[in-house]
Design a protein around this ligand. Structure first.
Ligand SMILES: Nc1ncnc2c1ncn2[C@@H]1O[C@H](COP(=O)(O)OP(=O)(O)O)[C@@H](O)[C@H]1O
Ligand SMILES: [Mg+2]
Length: 157
């Protein structure tokens, strides 16, 4: 699963791990892996847990809304002070129509979620809000082939 480390002029040695996401068990696998990785890189227990939550929310969104995809974790083995862990969530599902709206707790990508539907839909509409609060930066990209990528950048705090 570990790809060849690549060279990056600013960050030094980068490693990449990618995890296919097709079902609920993949969500657990990738989020626990991310939490362990963060601890190995020297993040404190709280920040490592926050990374695991971000990964879990992005991966569960792939299962719920994105059909199938993958999570790619990129990190600097030496985790310098300015280092970052990048979480790329890539999936083949429909685009997010309005990301700013979808990031507000209680909303999907079209507006407020009907409270009557919350139990049935399995989610409060707070996942992307949590990602926005816990990650240092979030980017969204519609790919030319119709897929999309959400990138969350994660620093030491
Ligand atoms: N991977 C995705 N593909 C398509 N739409 C998504 C994706 N992730 C999030 N969304 C949209 O953003 C909304 C908010 O996501 P989130 O805050 O995680 O809430 P929830 O998953 O409970 O609906 C979703 O309801 C959905 O409309
Ligand atoms: Mg969600």
């Amino acid at each position: 699963m570990l790809r060849e480390p690549s060279r990056n002029a600013e960050a030094g040695r980068l490693s990449t791990k990618s995890f296919p996401i097709r079902g609920r068990s993949d969500v657990v696998t990738v989020s626990s892996h991310a939490g362990r990785l963060a601890r190995e890189l020297g993040l404190d227990a709280r920040r490592a847990m926050e990374l695991a939550i971000v990964v879990s929310e992005l991966a569960s969104n792939i299962v719920k809304h994105g059909v199938r995809g993958e999570i790619v974790l990129t990190f600097d083995d030496h985790w310098p002070p300015q280092g970052e862990i990048t979480v790329e969530a890539h999936d083949v599902g429909p685009p997010i129509r309005d990301l700013a709206l979808a990031m507000i707790d209680g909303n999907d990508d079209q507006g407020p979620i009907d409270p009557a539907l919350i139990l049935r839909r399995g989610g409060l509409g707070t996942g992307l809000g949590a990602v926005a609060r816990l990650a240092d930066r979030v980017e969204y990209r519609d790919e030319e082939d119709g897929s999309k990528t959400i990138t969350a950048r994660f620093h030491r705090r």
